[in-house]
Design a protein around this ligand. Structure first.
Ligand SMILES: C[S@@+](CC[C@H](N)C(=O)[O-])C[C@H]1O[C@@H](n2cnc3c(N)ncnc32)[C@H](O)[C@@H]1O
Length: 247
């Protein structure tokens, strides 16, 4: 498939903003986006710096699934995104991102369309992480990459936000946090081979005061973990797909 980033079928372009379905993020959109101007300002810069470590490795075209208000897409140079929240998509569009209203589980794009798919703090909010990863696998080109930005459950930040979920916090009640083992198992089961980890945000939640450099590799005390995984050809990962999942 040699489809160019800006040459999607007419039928897909027409679905932009054409679907009235409500997302829990619609009502939270302004508050969500405002966080980046407030306490999230330095956290965002730290996380963007960590992503910059992996960007040169990633084949184009790029898509962000769960693009939200488009802050990361804009900062990282991701030109296209999908998200179920029309309110967030309106913001992302104003940031110059080409957006479509869709869930990551949906068969929205043709197979083998993208070189890289990003899911940035989104896997924990989707209905079915397995279905989203399977769909990402389908629409990635051979040798394509998936990039996950995660707050892992057993990290200091994962524990902090899990406590907020338990308190029925307006955002985090919608989240399900996964452990390092669960994420790697999900990726391998879907047909991805993990290639690289980058870790950052070693400062504690509510105590982030200074910039910090990202570290290569996985560190369980990092608040934010980036995973890069490669699409393994179908025939080569059959065995891991047939193994039952523990989650
Ligand atoms: C925490 S926000 C992250 C947004 C953006 N990636 C960022 O980091 O600013 C989670 C996003 O996941 C989106 N989302 C929820 N369910 C989804 C699904 N099934 N497929 C794709 N995105 C989904 C939400 O609408 C929201 O924009």
């Amino acid at each position: 498939m040699t489809m160019k980033e800006d040459s999607f079928p007419r039928q897909q372009l027409e679905t932009e903003f054409a679907r009235p379905e409500e997302s829990p993020f619609d009502a939270l959109a302004s508050a969500y986006d405002a966080w980046f101007e407030d306490e999230g300002k330095i956290v965002f810069v730290i996380e963007v710096k960590a992503f910059q470590k992996v960007l040169p490795l990633l084949p184009k075209p790029w898509l962000e699934v769960g693009v939200g208000s488009g802050r990361f897409a804009q900062a990282l140079g991701i030109k296209m995104g999908i998200d179920p929240s029309s309110e967030l998509l309106t913001m992302a569009r104003k940031r110059g991102i080409k957006v479509f209203q869709a869930k990551g589980e949906e068969r929205f794009f043709d197979e083998e369309t993208f070189g890289t798919i990003f899911l940035i703090v989104t896997l924990c909010f989707v209905d079915s992480p397995l279905a989203v990863l399977q769909e990402a696998y389908r629409i990635l080109r051979p040798g394509g990459k998936i990039v996950l930005g995660l707050m892992l459950r057993d990290s200091p930040w994962g524990r902090f936000y899990s406590a907020k979920k338990d308190e029925r916090h307006r955002f985090y009640k919608h989240a399900t946090f996964y452990s390092y083992e669960e994420v790697t198992e999900l990726l391998e089961h879907t047909g991805f081979a993990v290639e690289k980890f980058v870790s950052t945000l070693f400062q504690k939640p509510n105590e982030v005061k200074a910039m910090e450099p990202p570290r290569e590799g996985f560190f369980s005390d990092a608040g934010f973990t980036i995973v890069v995984a490669r699409k393994v050809p179908e025939g080569d990962h059959k065995a891991s797909r047939e193994r039952p999942m523990r989650i």
